[in-house]
Design a binder for this molecule. Sequence first.
Ligand code: F6R
Length: 241
Amino acid sequence: MDFYITKDYEELSVAAANFLAGQITLKPNSVLGLPTGGTPLGMYKNIVAMYQKGHIDFEKIVTFNLDEYLGLNPQHPQSYSYYMATNLFDHVNIDRNNIFIPDGKTQNPIETCKDFDRTMAKFGSIDLMILGIGANGHIGFNEPGETLQVNTHVGDLSPETIDANSRFFTDKEEVPQKAITMGLGPIMKAKRVLLLASGSSKASAIKDAFNGKITTGLPASLLQLHCNLTVILDQEAATLL
Ligand code: F6R
């Protein structure tokens, strides 16, 4: 495990974008696993700026998003499809056929999950999986519990996650209660994992995930078993380490 502690969110965002740009430069046909949420916004902003300066090329890049809210169509402003379009995909030369995000509006979630796994399997393992972390230690929407799942599945969002994500919705009642999420399989199988955490609300999850026991009660703790993990934190997220 490699840990890097940056001064603040700005520095974290630049460091994460540089890490991602390095991957794209060294392997232009990389398969990426991508997160949404507040944390990676600065990374996406910086990566778009690098693309606009001609430093990186997305032509052969393939992306799989970690998750999508169940029930939201891709045009919904809070859907992760919309987030990815507005924060990254609309600004770079990625081939639309190489973008994979679970369909939140599916009529058959079980088949959609299987399909997502089948498509991922066609590309082999993910080259770089980028993750955020929930204050409760979730990764993707693999929430703390007695067990964790390997494959893509529909998961119930925990009350803490619904609460945290309500900041993006006008009304807490609108926050979907379920999401389609990758399981732990593709995360643990990824060639490299980059985990990002910013702010004091993540400090306790970061401490428990990396200084504590490996437990399904804190899904990010399983990353202790990953053989190529980099963690970039800002100082606030690192205070309890
Ligand atoms: C989102 C995802 C989640 C977030 C986590 C942190 O695609 O997979 O695990 O990374 O909820 O969210 P923020 O960055 O908003 O604190």
